[in-house]
Design a protein around this ligand. Structure first.
Ligand SMILES: C[S@@+](CC[C@H](N)C(=O)[O-])C[C@H]1O[C@@H](n2cnc3c(N)ncnc32)[C@H](O)[C@@H]1O
Length: 277
């Protein structure tokens, strides 16, 4: 399957080799001709080719220079825009294939992001992509099963943490199906799965007063996940009226809901606390 290309471990290269899994992912994505879609890590085009069979155009972000060259040689620029870059540094708002052809923001608001992601950067990439959550229609990703368990974990679950809270504040996520190591060449050591992420509808989405305070608060308490939140918050805890919040200062972070984290962050912002304080 990998042909003449030698899979590079440092780029997390595990190429999909099972056609039935490719079909299942493409069916889940359900690409339509006019979609503004971006694929991260196209590799040897296991997903790219069937996506392009259905789309007018596609943009891809690939870090491996050899793979980027192969992709350019296979499709014309009018169909496939190859961005040779580290997805962690890419401005996805600029990438929608027909961005610029429509009024500002309109194309980006339809952005669909897909990919069999490099597992070594999956969490930072998910955090990076959060910046465009307001412009995204949906995201479909193959990830390590363990990462998807963390994304969809609920308060009280052992996997519930920073990733769960930050993503659930913006997205509704569905674990679609598992994919075994044998579906890849070379096979990874872990189980994989496919997740669908759809931004929360406007009537359920809550924006924190200061997104940076919310981010800092969540990061801070989960840095010491076994500690009571009052202890992890240090001086910040003095600004909080625990009774009014309905939160026990002795609670551990994995017991709190996304809404409770938002309430705490908003109380801190209202008190004038800054993310660096
Ligand atoms: C797991 S492979 C998937 C390849 C292909 N989509 C498939 O399903 O067979 C991950 C791909 O992401 C690329 N990649 C790794 N790190 C990257 C990064 N930081 N930015 C963009 N692409 C990256 C790798 O070169 C590889 O092509």
């Amino acid at each position: 399957m990998a042909g003449a290309h030698q899979a590079r471990k440092r780029f997390g290269q595990h190429f999909l080799a099972d056609e039935s899994v490719v079909d299942a992912i493409v069916r889940a994505i359900d690409p339509q001709p006019g979609d503004a879609m971006v694929e991260i890590g196209p590799g040897l085009s296991a997903l790219t080719a069937p996506l392009l069979d259905r789309l007018d155009r596609l943009a891809v972000v690939e870090l491996d220079r050899d793979l980027a060259r192969r992709l350019r040689g296979r499709w014309g620029e009018d169909r496939l825009r190859v961005v040779e870059a580290d997805a962690l540094t890419v401005d996805f708002g600029d990438l929608a294939p027909d961005a610029g052809a429509e009024p500002a923001g309109a194309a980006a608001a339809r952005l669909r992001v897909v990919g069999n992601l490099p597992y070594n950067i999956s969490s930072p990439l998910l955090f990076h992509l959060l910046r465009w959550a307001g412009q995204v229609r949906d995201q479909h990703f193959m990830l390590q099963r363990e990462v998807i368990d963390r994304m969809v974990a609920r308060p009280g679950d052992s996997q519930y943490g920073r990733l769960s809270v930050m993503l659930q504040a913006r997205y509704r996520m569905t674990h679609l199906f598992d994919v075994p190591p044998e579906a890849f060449d070379p096979p990874p050591r872990v189980m994989s799965a496919v997740v669908r992420m759809r931004p929360l509808a406007a009537d359920t989405l809550r924006q924190p007063r200061d997104a940076r305070v919310f981010e800092r608060l969540v990061a801070r308490v989960f840095e010491q996940r076994r500690k009571m939140i009052r202890g992890s918050l240090g001086a910040w805890s003095e600004w909080l009226d625990w009774d009014a919040l309905g939160v026990a200062p002795t609670a551990r972070p994995q017991e709190l809901t996304v809404a409770q984290f938002m309430d705490m962050a908003d109380a801190l912002s209202a008190a004038g606390v800054t993310p660096t304080a």
